[in-house]
Design a protein around this ligand. Sequence first.
Ligand SMILES: O=P(O)(O)OC[C@H]1O[C@H](OP(=O)(O)OP(=O)(O)O)[C@H](O)[C@@H]1O
Ligand SMILES: Nc1ncnc2[nH]cnc12
Length: 177
Amino acid sequence: MDVNVAIRNTIRTIPDFPKPGIQFKDITPILENPVVSRAIVAEFVKLYHGVKVDAVAGVESRGFLFGLPLAMELNVPFIIVRKKGKLPAETVNFKYDLEYGSAEIEVHKGAIKKGMNVLVHDDLLATGGTAGAAAQLIEKEEGIVAGFSFLIELDDLKGREKLVRFDKPIISLVRYN
Ligand SMILES: O=P(O)(O)OC[C@H]1O[C@H](OP(=O)(O)OP(=O)(O)O)[C@H](O)[C@@H]1O
Ligand SMILES: Nc1ncnc2[nH]cnc12
């Protein structure tokens, strides 16, 4: 199976969600398909062969879906990056600007160890604000960004440009204009 073709054929595009003009990439049909889901994890494992990854950080909420199985396959810890106010123990936070307004993400203090190579994982790269903030959080904790992995990248929103400064591989399985 060509996993990129399988993803493209399985994703649904829902127009005007959550706002008029947005073409929402709905991954729920992928989650309902265990063959494609397994192929996605296998593809990430293959692509990260030879890259030093000590942990995978998945961004709430859709970054959790493939982030945990990927970490399990790589046999490394999975670290959850959550929106503010959801993690129960002491946290470190990073505030960032969105297109309109701002948002804050956090991880448990001590989850990212000094010098740890942490792969940022999410389902989708749009403007890059979220993935860039997760990477800054890793650096704030003295971890090293190992790279970025996404199922989907929306090229027109130029998120990649926000991530190039980390100078690490940015992998997306499917790209849309
Ligand atoms: O590149 P950006 O412009 O930052 O956008 C990408 C982010 O947006 C979506 O998450 P959303 O905030 O919709 O939350 P969810 O995963 O909980 O649905 C997506 O899952 C990414 O995390
Ligand atoms: N177009 C889109 N589809 C799905 N998730 C998104 N997150 C940001 N933009 C998105």
